[in-house]
Design a binder for this molecule. Sequence first.
Ligand SMILES: [Zn+2]
Length: 163
Amino acid sequence: MKLDVSDALSHPGQEYHFSGTQAIADQEITGDIVRLDECLVDGCFMADEDGNIAVKGKLRTVAHAPCANCLEEAQAEVMNDFDEVFQRNGDPEDDEIFAYEGHEVSLDKLVMSYAVMALPIRFLCREDCPGFEYRDPDAVPAEPGIQYPFAGLQQLLENIEEV
Ligand SMILES: [Zn+2]
């Protein structure tokens, strides 16, 4: 998604509104592929006297990934606010800043990083997903200990205290 900032550059200090959509590539996060719907973005931008462009606004989309408990498809709403300055003729290779050249500001990198930043740490198909081992009542339970990973640890701690 690109902003034409020609008018803003000739009228520093004046706010311009924008809205649109942007596709975001699939992201691999801790081994899972997270797929994101097209992102809705809206906000405003303003140039300063030096030609730097302040952009602020919000984005909204839905992310899809396997449930952390049962691996069924899960989804989560993703929302984030952003407020950044695009430096005129800044180094586009510098990851610390947002930069632009000419009369067009590309929001691709900004939207992607703010969407990824807002992803949940784990996806759940529903809030009380009981997990893998309960999905099929006839299934043979997984190895003992996996269901209650901290039970063993608790036992271990008790044993240590007794020694
Ligand atoms: Zn689940």
